[in-house]
Design a binder for this molecule. Sequence first.
Ligand code: NAP
Length: 250
Amino acid sequence: MGDRPVIIVTGAGRGIGAAIAIKAAEAGYDVVINYAGNAEAAKQTSATCEAAGAKAITVQADVAKQEGVETVFKASDEAFGRLDAVVTNAGITGVSSKLVDADPEMIERVIDLNVTGALLTAREGAARMMTSRGGKGGNIVNLSSASVWIGSPNDFVWYATSKGSIDVLTLGLSRELAGEGIRVNAVAPGLIDTEIHASAGIPDRIARLGSSVPIGRAGTAEEVADAVLYLMSEQASYVTGTVLKVAGGR
Ligand code: NAP
C-alpha cells in the first residue's frame, strides 16, 4: 500500500472529470481514471496526472451497470490496495428536446448512468472506506447540476430529474456514513464549457448562453474541480451533506 491517498473518478477522460483527476494528482492523490470509450482522451489525462507526480491508471467501463462499476473498483484495488475518495462524475444529458419528443430508451440510459450508476459507485466506495468494515474513512463527492433549480424545460427535464436524485443521494448517504468517517457532498455546476453540450446536440450553447450567466461567462472544468478538491480537503472537515453551487450566480 502506497503513502499517497487514492481517488477514483468516474467519467474522467474528458471535461470536469479530467480536471478533477488532474487537480487531485496535483494535490497528492494517485488516480483511477474511468472512461466510456475515448481511450485517447483518458490516456492524455493519465499522462498529465503522471507528470504531476501521481500514479494513474485508466479503466474503460460503463458505470451505468454494476459489472462496469465492479471492473473499476477491482482495477483500483489491484493497482493501489487502498481507497480514500470517490467522485461519481460520469453523466450524460441525452439529446435536447421537450419531454414529449424524447426517445424513451435515451431517457432510460440517462437515468441508468446518472442515478443508478452514481448509487452503485457510491455503494462500492462506501463498502471500502467505512471504518466499521476495515476502511479508514474518506470522501464521496457527487456531481449535481444547476438543472435541479432550473428544471431544464424544453432541454432535458429527464436530466434535471436525474440530478435531483443526486441531491437526495448526497443528503441520505451523508447521514448514513457520518459515523463511518466518510463525508458525502456534491457540487452543482452551472453552465460549464465542456463537450457535454455538443453531445446534447447544442454545440453553440456556451456561446449563446454564457453572457446570460450573472457572472458574465460560462465556467471552466477547473473551477468545478477546485470546489470538489475543497470538499475533500481537511478545510472542509465539518462539511457533509452539502450541495455546493458552482454556477456563477445562476
Ligand atoms: P463530458 O465532457 O461529456 O465528459 C463526460 C465523461 O464521462 C467522459 O469522460 C465520458 O467518457 C464519460 N462517460 C460517459 N458515459 C459514461 C459511462 N456510461 N461510463 C463511464 N464513463 C462515461 O461531461 P462533463 O461536462 O465533464 O460532465 C461531467 C459531470 O458534470 C456530469 O455528471 C454532468 O452531468 C455534470 N455537469 C456538467 C455541467 C456542464 O455544463 N458541463 C453542468 C452541470 C453538471 P469518454 O470520454 O470515454 O466518452
